[in-house]
Design a protein around this ligand. Structure first.
Ligand code: ATP
Ligand code: MG
Length: 436
């Protein structure tokens, strides 16, 4: 098929939505459906239609039908070009499935399009619609330009690490021509649950922040799910030795910004810890492995029993928790990174961060540890102490986290500091491994 960029025009009741698709051959039916749902969140779109040369509508419900549509469109586009015309965008008409409860038993036709003539609120709703179209445009572009990642297009390279749930590999996506980190998690679950997980993961396409790892897609092959994300060449913070305070400060700014972004989308991270903070040689710091899919988290938890040592006391004791629990985990993580040891000496984290619940009881019972004031700045010590307040409500979140003097001090956009530190550490590591 022609791989030339095309423009898809989604026809919605509130207006047209144009979006360039850089690699039409990478596009699949599901991607397009996700994109349409972004534009029309209120409708249950299950398929879409396009018009053939005589104006008959043809329904697209699968990858095959999508391919047929694209090759039909490419032919007409070529014809238009040969006649010296600018090709029209590919127009598609979303089809909403029937919503239970609003069945039209009499078969009456009702015009559901808003009628500006007798709708006195249209001025307001039009602005809202336009804004949401503008917002979706960025999301749509992102979804469509990523393309779908299929198992057969991935070449696995080395193993990057192994966690409690799965194994992470460096990999190359041949069609997208980019390096990925692919997390492979074995899961023995029903197809229904697989579908639920896939739809829960869709929110990841929406995450668009320089402090959150980019999600490229996920797929199931047999009983394993593979989650494809951006590769970070500096890896995770847990493998770095004691990190100096001026570097930690810049890292903390990124972590706080990443969390604030997730919270704004009503997502709790739930697994803040050094191994889920990634860095690269450009000096970027990004969060990964946040719990967007309840089903995925539950399915993994069934196999791996244990409690995470970075969890807030209220979580360890099984109480309700919220944003403040993430803030505790920030505090304990940064304390560990500053000291180069887990702040509760009686807790030995040998393999990973999952521990039997009883071993973590000291986090619930004891006063939280404090950074030694002689070795660290007053602002940093205060930041950690605030994040690790025993009472969740006393911990800063989210605005006063950004306003904390420690964060303000290092919120200078200086990526160079982290970049140079990552590069130096990687060099040292290579030298130690005898590669230089
Ligand atoms: P847990 O399973 O409890 O979350 P974990 O975070 O150590 O523990 P994984 O999430 O499986 O385990 O990650 C394993 C390792 O893979 C990480 O510690 C990190 O070093 C590496 N890694 C994960 N994602 C990436 C990425 N996007 N880029 C580079 N390295 C990564
Ligand atoms: Mg992880």
């Amino acid at each position: 098929m022609d791989t030339e960029a095309i423009v898809i025009r989604i026809k919605t009741p509130t207006g047209d939505m144009d979006s360039p698709v850089e690699y039409p051959s990478l596009l699949n039916f599901n991607d397009l459906l996700v994109a349409i749902r972004e534009v029309m969140p209120e409708a249950t779109v299950t398929a879409f239609e396009y018009e053939d040369e005589v104006g008959d509508r043809i329904t697209v419900r699968s990858d095959e039908e999508l391919k047929a549509m694209l090759s039909y469109y490419c032919n007409t586009m070529n014809e238009q070009r040969m006649n010296g015309l600018l090709p029209d965008p590919l127009q598609i008409f979303p089809r909403a499935g029937k919503t239970p409860g609003i069945r039209n038993i009499h078969g009456l036709k009702v015009n559901t399009r808003p009628n500006p003539a007798n709708d006195c609120t249209h001025a307001v709703s039009d602005t809202v619609a336009n804004n949401s179209l503008k917002k979706s445009s960025a999301e749509l572009k992102r979804i469509l330009s990523n393309g779908q990642i299929n198992a057969q297009d991935i070449q696995y390279q080395e193993q990057l690490g192994h966690g409690n749930g799965g194994t992470v590999y460096k990999a190359y996506h041949v069609l997208g021509k980019r390096v990925l980190a692919v997390k492979v998690i074995p899961l023995d679950i029903t197809v229904e649950l697989q579908k639920q997980i896939m739809s829960e993961l869709e929110i990841l396409y929406k995450c668009d922040s320089p402090y959150i790892i980019t999600f490229f897609g996920a797929f199931f092959v047999e009983n394993r799910i593979s989650i494809c994300t951006e590769f970070m060449d500096g890896g995770s913070l847990d493998v770095y030795k004691r990190i100096p305070e001026h570097v930690l400060g810049r890292i903390a700014v990124a972590v706080v910004k990443g969390l604030t972004y997730l919270w704004s989308l009503k997502i709790l991270h739930r697994d803040v810890k050094p191994s889920n903070m990634l860095v690269n040689t450009r000096g970027q710091v990004k969060l990964c492995d946040f719990g967007v899919s309840t089903q995925l988290v539950n399915s993994i938890a069934k196999t791996y029993v244990g409690t995470n040592a970075y969890m807030a006391p209220e979580r360890i004791s099984g109480e309700q928790y919220g944003i403040h629990a993430d803030v505790w985990s920030v505090g304990i993580s940064f304390m560990e990174l500053a000291l180069d040891m887990f702040p509760y000496p009686q807790i030995q984290k040998n393999q990973g961060s999952l521990m039997p619940l009883q071993l973590l009881q000291c986090i619930v019972d004891e006063d939280p540890p404090v950074l030694p004031i002689a070795q660290f700045s007053e602002k940093f010590v205060h930041f950690i102490t605030q994040c690790m307040c025993r009472q969740p409500k006393e911990r800063p979140a989210p605005n006063n986290l950004m306003d904390h003097p420690f964060i303000i001090q290092y919120n200078d956009g200086n990526a160079e500091v982290v970049s140079m530190w990552v590069c130096r550490c990687l060099e040292e590591r290579r030298a130690q491994q005898g590669h230089v």
